[in-house]
Design a protein around this ligand. Sequence first.
Ligand SMILES: [Zn+2]
Length: 251
Amino acid sequence: MAFMCATGKHRKPGRVKRTTAQAAGVAALTTTGVIGTLAASPALAAESPVEQTGLTPVLAVNDDVAEQIDAQAAAQEQAAQEKAAEEAAAKAAAEKVKQEREARARAAREAERKLLNTFVSPIAHSYVSTGYQASSSLWSSGSHTGIDFHAASGTSVHAAGSGTVVSTGWGGAYGNQIVIRMADGMYTQYGHLSSIGVTVGQKVAAGQQIGLSGATGNVTGPHLHFEARTTPDYGSDVDPIAYLRKHGVHL
Ligand SMILES: [Zn+2]
């Protein structure tokens, strides 16, 4: 009866799946002499090998397969993440390049705009000795069509702003003169020059030397006669001081 009892106790837990404790239990039983009964029991003899050599390897294989699948999935996931990261990095780099290019273009446009809007006095460190529309018998119109800048002969004359030279040469009462079409569509004229340093069609920048002041034409002494005009021609003059001030020149 004792054997039957022991066997019964053993068998029941034996069916309750494999655990470490269960395996230890089987080992304990075999070392206490029950082994004879175990071996003699066809049911146990048949059951144990199935459990030990049959199920366990199957489980092991399943685990291996599962691990391989997991590893593969993990590798694929990692590869996908790395690819996504690379794409994100490439996109960010492209965006950065684009932004830098746009910033350079903006800066260039700003510099161009600034240059086109930069105006200077045609004679540096000088002053207006005769104002616009001043009356004098010196001028055929009876009224001054420009302003005179105090300037000794040979003083550097600068383009008041960016533009293109449209006329150079002798201008009668104006003596040697230069007319420039400004970037804003207006015209500036420089008269009584002793020297002309530009040619028709030449682009000039604000402050660029275009000639030297003098006393050519109808004058009583050296100075620069300066006009602002709406056309290249005499008679289309506007207030040159207002024009220069409008463009930021302090007179
Ligand atoms: Zn004048």
